[in-house]
Write a protein that binds this ligand. Structure first.
Ligand code: 7RM
Length: 653
């Protein structure tokens, strides 16, 4: 960590919003911001109560926060609301009825738009199809789809009838989907026949079929027709959406949900064991998504807002669907790859649709940088006024490129730090009043009490690297891990003895201005292109292969993807670690988890470096993978020769 701290310390440029931006923004005055932030910390009930009352509650709440059962929080008790009504009905029945909610574009170039009134109708019909299959309040529904409008509709249709959605990213394999389907105990899956990705079809229905072999709790697979590829059909279980839609009504009264009813589960990787089903509930999540979208992206009525994430990740949940739609924004949704058919696809979309606010990931920015300025400069991006990033630390070089080439030096950049677990943005500039520094997520959002602690729980001073912690509950915080309350407590609330300080799993420091610099994970989580993977998951996949005895997986810094996966593998006696085995292992991991988890490099070794008590020394392997000298404590190593031999093996891919 100290090396990273060194690197970042040299970055001390500051960028201020222009006076014009400041004046037109929702929060352009530092003193007003300070007062509002202070109020959110000193009087959270007053602050969040006022924000929450801006949402259309079906029944008003009686209490803002109950933290007496910490670390399980209860927000807006007594209140009832429906997330799909927050996103749709309040606009469809009001002045935004004919405002565009979604501008969608498919990879092949087809396009569809929906006004708020149209979207509400589509969601109501979708919801009625779910009801006709006996799906209702509290049931879990897995969603495995490409980025098409029906994905947003599926999510909102579940919310409308009170079913708990669990979106699984379309890049995950059948095996990964199966693990999640089993853990949720869902009774329905919504998918598409396929999706377009760089000109070919991702066969999603086929993956669903594979994932359901031997599972008996899924009675319905609802299939959207998208790519028209051949699919197998189980007529008792499978239903075409377009056929089912023919016989349903186009209105559906939203279910009155208790504030603390679960809205969705989203699986995420941790340092140990299988992925965790992070639980988010209705009232607090919606309040958090609503306010953060409005303030961080400075939403104005005529904005055209584009977050390029996939809905399969939390960023897509909070900042494509729930937050922007709760605010009545016009959003852009795109199905395919950023370089299909050419490297300027994103900028082409920005120009044609007049995108004003653009939110993407550092890994994408680095790819654009590599592809060259000309792809950006070909297009008129003068409507852009605000840029954002999320998913991993952004290197100052990528930040300044984004600022100069995409933002024409006029757009503030919001570097937003948050997690699946936090539900919404936690550290961020407010674009009209925060001076930014490239690489820093700057300051805490309203109500966020962030600090840097050491292992003992002491607050560290300026520029001391430590652990990022949150000391106050916030409305969109996770409420638990599906089916495993103990793991919820152990993972997030047991780092320090009080039992109510949230441990984020990230290392960070605060500079002399109080700005936060997030340095990356301190646990065994690897962040590849902003996707969280645990070393454990990849290791267990590798050792499940017949040729493998033992595997250790680490992250190595990568210019493009932030981190890349490097695996150290020992093979069974008699099996030679050659290129064929290497290729087979990579394919095996892709099948078990998904392509995103494929090791970039596999190094065969006769043994792994271990402590005398038998623990694999992953930190040491991280240095080996990165090709750097190690200053790790070597006193506990069992066989120092292993390390020497490892350093000598080549790093063939
Ligand atoms: C939103 C999301 C969470 C992890 C988190 C960090 C890393 C995310 C930033 C960042 C530095 C950022 N959810 N992370 N944003 N690191 N600066 N602006 O990504 O659950 O998938 O991942 O991502 O390590 O703990 S996530």
């Amino acid at each position: 960590m100290s090396q990273q701290i060194e690197n970042i310390l040299h970055e001390n440029r500051r960028f201020s919003p222009s006076d014009a931006f400041r004046r037109a923004s929702r929060m352009g005055d530092e003193a007003e911001y300070q007062a509002m932030y202070q109020c959110s910390i000193d009087d959270p009930d007053g602050f969040w109560g006022e924000v929450a009352r801006e949402l259309p509650w079906i029944r008003p709440f009686e209490r803002v926060l109950d933290w007496s059962k910490a670390p399980v929080a209860s927000w807006f008790d007594g209140g009832q609301l429906n997330a799909s009504a927050v996103c749709l009905d309040q606009h469809a029945d009001g002045e935004r009825a004919n405002k565009v909610a979604i501008h969608w574009e498919g990879e092949p170039g087809d396009a569809r738009s929906f006004t708020y009134r149209e979207l509400r109708m589509e969601v109501a019909r979708f919801a009625n199809v779910l009801k006709s299959r006996g799906i209702g309040k509290g049931d879990r529904v897995a969603i495995y789809m490409p980025m098409i409008p029906e994905l947003a509709m599926a999510v909102l249709a579940c919310a409308r009838i009170g079913a708990i959605h669990s979106v699984v990213f379309g890049g995950f394999s059948a095996q990964a989907l199966r693990d999640r389907i089993e853990d949720t105990g869902c009774n329905a899956v919504i998918c598409a026949d396929g999706g377009w990705r760089r000109g070919s079809v991702l066969p999603l229905k086929q993956e669903v079929d594979k994932s359901l072999e031997g599972i008996d709790h899924v009675h319905t697979v609802l299939v959207v027709r998208r790519t028209e590829n051949e699919v197998e059909w189980n007529s008792e279980r499978d239903v075409w959406l377009h056929e089912a839609l023919e016989s349903v009504s186009d209105s559906c009264v939203p279910e009155a949900m208790e504030s603390e009813d679960v809205l969705f589960l989203l699986y995420t990787s941790g340092s140990t064991g299988k992925p965790k089903g992070i639980m988010h509930t209705t009232g607090g999540y919606m309040v958090g998504a609503y306010l953060s979208t409005r303030m961080v992206f400075d939403l104005q009525e005529d904005d055209v807002y584009w977050c390029t994430a996939d809905v399969g990740w939390i960023t897509g949940h909070s900042y494509i669907i729930y937050g922007p739609l709760a605010n009545g924004a016009t959003i852009v949704m795109y199905e395919g790859a950023p370089n299909a058919p050419a490297e300027d696809r994103f900028w082409d979309i920005c120009e044609r649709l007049g995108v004003t606010v653009f939110y993407t990931a550092p890994t994408a920015i680095r790819a654009f940088m590599k592809w060259g300025d000309e792809h950006v400069q070909k297009h008129d991006l003068s409507k852009l006024r605000l840029l954002g990033t999320v998913g991993e630390p952004i290197n100052p070089e990528a930040w300044t490129w984004y600022h100069r080439v995409v933002g024409g030096e006029r757009c503030p950049i919001v570097d937003t730090w948050w997690q699946t677990e936090t539900g919404g943005i936690m550290l961020t500039p407010l674009p009209g009043c925060t001076d930014t520094k490239p690489g820093s997520a700057t300051r805490p959002f309203f109500g966020v009490d962030a600090c840097i602690l050491n292992e003992e729980g002491q607050v560290l001073g300026p520029n001391q690297g430590g652990l990022l912690a949150l000391r106050k509950p916030w409305p969109s915080m996770l409420r638990g891990i599906w089916g495993d309350e103990q793991r919820f407590k152990d993972t997030y609330w047991s780092k320090w003895p009080d039992g109510w300080t949230y441990f984020a799993g990230d290392g960070a420091r605060q500079d002399e201005d109080g700005y936060f610099w997030v340095l990356g994970r301190v646990d065994d989580v690897i962040n590849v292109s902003g996707h969280r993977l645990s070393t454990m998951e990849v290791e267990s996949s590798l050792v499940a292969h017949e040729a493998v005895v033992e595997a250790a997986v680490v992250g190595r810094p990568d210019d493009l993807t932030g981190e890349a996966i490097v695996a150290f593998v020992t093979t069974l006696t008699g099996i030679d670690g050659n290129d064929d085995v290497r290729a087979a292992l990579i394919e095996h991991v892709a099948e078990q988890i998904g392509k995103l988890a494929r090791p970039q490099e596999i190094r065969f070794t006769d043994a792994l470096p271990k402590t005398r008590s038998g623990k694999i020394m992953r930190r040491l392997l991280r240095d080996v993978a990165a090709g750097r000298e190690s200053n790790q404590d070597m006193s506990t190593i069992e066989d120092a020769g292993v390390l020497e031999r490892l350093r000598l093996t080549d790093g063939q891919k």
